[in-house]
Design a protein around this ligand. Structure first.
Ligand SMILES: O=C1O[C@H](COP(=O)(O)O)[C@@H](O)[C@H](O)[C@H]1O
Length: 223
């Protein structure tokens, strides 16, 4: 794991956006289409604001969420909404968003359709992750029934989970898909998350699921 420390959040957003743009261009030099997986939540918005204007062949980029909160796509907590409003604008509007949300009542009903839609696009070329204060990445929360199955090396690529600590059910990419990404980045801000990440290295994956993706990961942190 590499750790990159920035003076402030604005500098991190700009520099991380440049690094992601470079990783996407490098991937596009090797493949006709590339898969860019991104988190939802509060951390990536400023990175998306900087990245959406980057000069990249966005028409050859497929964008996929690492996970989705099971709310309608116009809901304020929708990760799909965040990506549509903050990433898929300006030059990046030419990218294709692969569905992580389906209009079903439950995420369980959507697993097969989402799996079918994303499978032909794997592996992830460039991955950006966020992390919660409890050490969750994507929607792999500690204390969730089914977490061990989602963290297995041979897990199905997409799983529906119902984390007790989350406000809504989730659909999430699982360990082999996330850990198998060719270029892996984690963006975190604040002293609490830095301490959570440090502690995670002494904990089990069940206690701190971020541990499952630390190999080859570059962590970007700002106070
Ligand atoms: O619920 C979620 O949380 C994590 C972390 O979000 P943040 O607000 O602490 O940045 C996020 O990575 C994930 O995609 C999201 O669904």
């Amino acid at each position: 794991m590499d750790f990159v420390e920035y003076a402030d959040r604005e500098l991190m957003a700009i520099d991380l956006a440049n690094k992601l743009a470079g990783a996407l261009r490098a991937a596009l030099a090797r493949s006709e289409r590339v898969l860019f997986a991104v988190p939802g939540g509060s951390t990536p918005g400023p990175v998306f604001d900087a990245l959406c204007a980057a000069r990249i062949d966005w028409a050859s980029v497929d964008v996929l969420l690492t996970d989705e909160r099971w709310v309608r796509p116009d809901h304020p907590r929708s990760n799909t909404r965040l990506v549509r409003e903050r990433l898929l604008v300006e030059r990046a509007a030419a990218a294709t968003l692969l569905p992580m949300y389906q209009p079903t009542d439950t995420p369980e009903e959507a697993v097969a359709r989402v799996t079918e839609a994303i499978a032909p696009h794997l592996p992830i070329s460039v991955l950006l992750l966020g992390m919660g204060d409890d050490g969750h990445v994507a929607s792999l929360f500690p204390g969730t029934e089914g977490l061990a199955a989602a963290l297995a090396e041979d897990a199905a690529p997409v799983m529906a989970l119902r984390p007790p600590e989350a406000e809504e059910p989730r659909l999430t990419l699982t360990r082999p898909v996330l850990d198998g990404a060719l270029s892996k980045h984690l963006a975190i801000v604040g002293e609490t998350k830095r301490a959570v990440l440090e502690r995670a290295q002494r904990r089990s994956e069940a206690e701190a699921p971020v541990r499952a993706v630390l190999g080859g990961l570059t962590v970007h942190w700002a106070p």
